[in-house]
Design a binder for this molecule. Structure first.
Ligand code: GDP
Length: 443
């Protein structure tokens, strides 16, 4: 998980202050020394770290913090606020004003530019009801054009291309003209990257910018490359005046340096974060939520949004009724499992829950996706009657289900027991909510 090391170290540095009734200046100094090391180790730009620590220290040793009733908590609050500010404060949204609005996607090869172009188009069409046209102008990386076409098919959006023999400036220009003709309100141009920053690339990008007058020039950088990503951002910004940055691969085990330094070094905000290889793995970047995540305070808002996007409300209501009336079956169980899986990798979801990082044993908990696949296979090997009425599953049926799902009878037994226990729990809960306060107190 991204930020894991940083998160742990920051939390342990601040933990010492948390419980204290009285905090001295020396305590703050000591904690800040650890915070500083944690940030440097996470590959945050050293100048950024220096300014950050100076600011936090100044605020933290102020009277209103040290003399407050909960000084430890107040210091953590200051760190949280300053981390948020470091990453840009408010969320920076896209500014798409023109008709059509042009977004130039720029970046070096391998950063995730083409993938992100597809993801962003998908995001704009799904979340903002826009009608994007994708333009394939990356003529340098072999297969980039085909890759964008495949992505377009996958997300059901058109891709404009003229092959890889054309000049990218012309491709961009004709792409925008096509968008106008066909009534698209936003055009995403996958421009040509290179392996390294070079003059040709910058000249070409400038020429495209002059022709298509983009509302947004977004630089795609790989968060895993740490300070290199920040240096790349600085160069691109100097030449092109970016409007924002997209950090990719934040789902990997990046130490966090890029996410924390890009805004401070380039003064350009991170607008989106890539959280995986799939087309829907792109999230708007919220500095406040990211700071909370890093400090182990969870990111409940993103979690709720994910749940809302993936849970079918009608189904949820039907499920609630089933639980109330004791009609929950293995079919419903499977349904639930699928909905949770659609929300993303489980360890990522757990990371968004407050306090999870600090819980004993959580660190070593590998959420076993294979186990889930097993459960799924077992349920799918049941007959319709068995799913609806698990009590009929006798020994010979268990044997058949195990054979059918490639598991053992013990696996099947365990699942059925878990299911029965869960049903019992549900019964208790629904009795509890019906019984009102009196009963609840006794529970
Ligand atoms: P380009 O050369 O910049 O166009 O790079 P691509 O779009 O081809 O991406 C390079 C590789 O990074 C591909 O294997 C992508 O699947 C992968 N990738 C892109 N974004 C992400 C991300 O957010 N997370 C992960 N894990 N992989 C990503």
């Amino acid at each position: 998980m991204a930020f894991e090391g940083l998160s742990e170290r920051l939390q342990s540095a601040l933990q010492k202050l948390r419980g204290k009734g009285k905090v001295s200046e020396a305590d703050v100094k000591e904690a800040m020394r650890e915070v500083r090391l944690a940030l440097l180790e996470a590959d945050v730009n050293y100048k950024v770290v220096k300014d950050f620590i100076a600011k936090v220290r100044e605020r933290a040793v102020g009277q209103e913090v040290l003399k407050s009733l909960t000084p430890g908590q107040q210091v953590i609050k200051v760190v949280n606020e300053e981390l948020t500010r470091l990453m840009g404060g408010e969320q920076s949204k896209l500014e798409l004003k023109s008709k059509p609005s042009v977004i130039m996607m720029v970046g070096l090869q391998g950063a995730g530019k083409t993938t992100t172009t597809g993801k962003l188009a998908h995001y704009l069409s799904k979340k903002q009801n826009r009608r994007p046209l994708l333009v394939a102008a990356d003529v340098y990386r072999p297969a980039a054009i085909r890759q964008l076409e495949v992505l377009g098919e996958q997300i059901g959006l058109p891709v404009f291309s003229l092959g890889d023999k054309e000049n990218p400036v012309r491709i961009a220009e004709e792409g925008v003209a096509r968008a106008k003709e066909e009534g698209h309100d936003v055009v995403l141009i996958d421009t040509a990257g290179r392996l390294h920053i070079d003059e040709n690339m910058m000249d070409e990008l400038k020429a495209i910018r002059e022709k298509v007058k983009p509302d947004e020039i977004l630089l795609v950088v790989d968060a895993m490359t740490g300070q290199d990503a920040v240096n790349v951002a600085e160069s691109f910004n100097r030449e092109l005046e970016l409007t924002g940055v997209v950090l990719t691969k934040l789902d990997g085990d990046t130490r966090g340096g890029a996410a924390l330094s890009v805004k401070a070094v380039t003064d350009r905000p991170v607008k989106f974060a890539g959280m995986g290889e799939k087309v829907d793995a792109l999230e708007p970047f919220h500095p406040d939520r990211m700071a909370s995540r890093i400090l182990g305070m969870g990111d409940v808002l993103t979690l709720i949004e994910k749940a809302q996007a993936n849970v079918d409300e009608e189904k949820a209501r039907a499920l609630e009724k089933k639980i109330r009336t004791q009609q929950f079956t293995f079919d419903d169980f499977l349904d639930q499992l699928e909905q949770v899986r659609n929300m993303g990798p489980l360890d990522e979801l757990l990371g968004m829950m407050p306090g999870m990082g600090q819980m004993k044993g959580m660190k070593n908990l590998q959420v076993d996706e294979k186990q889930l696949t097993k459960v799924e296979a077992i349920i799918r090997s049941m007959t319709r009657e068995e799913k609806q009425q698990p009590e009929i599953i006798n020994a010979s049926r268990r044997k058949r289900i195990a054979a059918g799902s490639g598991t053992t009878v013990q696996d099947v037994n365990r699942l059925i027991k878990q299911f029965t226990d869960m049903k019992k729990m549900m019964k208790k809960f629904s009795a509890m909510s019906k019984g009102g306060k009196k009963k609840r107190r006794g529970f």
